[in-house]
Design a protein. Structure first.
Length: 141
């Protein structure tokens, strides 16, 4: 397990950009943390690290945004509004999670853990103060 203390949104963004350099096609990154913890900020950093220049927004209402202009395509999910695994399956999200031709980045992944492959990366962001965050990274097998 890797842990980092971030003192600002800029540090979280920078961590995301450097973290992205470790990722490869087929990787699934499951983000968790309270509302406002910094999941979307980290997602923006990961997108920057992949060379994506488009504005990154959380796909809260669409559930999935696809960014394919970077060095590796990014499937950015937001499961916040999901109420059941069946809803995720009906939306066809299972076809995208873990796709071998992209990186899957999932905000609120704990809302549909059953969609996660056995091998994935969990990133938990905890608020430790007004601006500070603890970021814990675990590789799951």
């Amino acid at each position: 397990m890797e842990e980092l203390e971030s003192k600002s949104a800029d540090e979280t963004l920078s961590f995301g950009a450097s973290f992205a350099r470790r990722l490869k096609c087929g990787d699934v990154v499951a983000l968790s943390g309270d509302l406002g913890a910094g999941k979307t900020v980290l997602s923006k950093g990961i997108a920057q690290g992949l060379g994506i220049t488009r504005a990154i927004t959380s796909p809260t209402f669409t559930l999935l945004n696809i960014y394919d202009e970077g060095i590796i395509p990014l499937y950015h999910f937001d499961f916040y509004r999901l109420t059941s695994l069946e809803e995720a399956e009906e939306a066809g999200l299972g076809e995208y999670v873990g796709s071998s031709d992209a990186i899957s980045l999932i905000e609120w992944a704990d809302r549909a853990k059953e969609l996660l492959p056995k091998r994935h990366i969990e990133v938990e962001i905890l608020k430790t103060g007004e601006e500070t965050r603890k970021i814990a990274v675990r590789e799951m097998d």
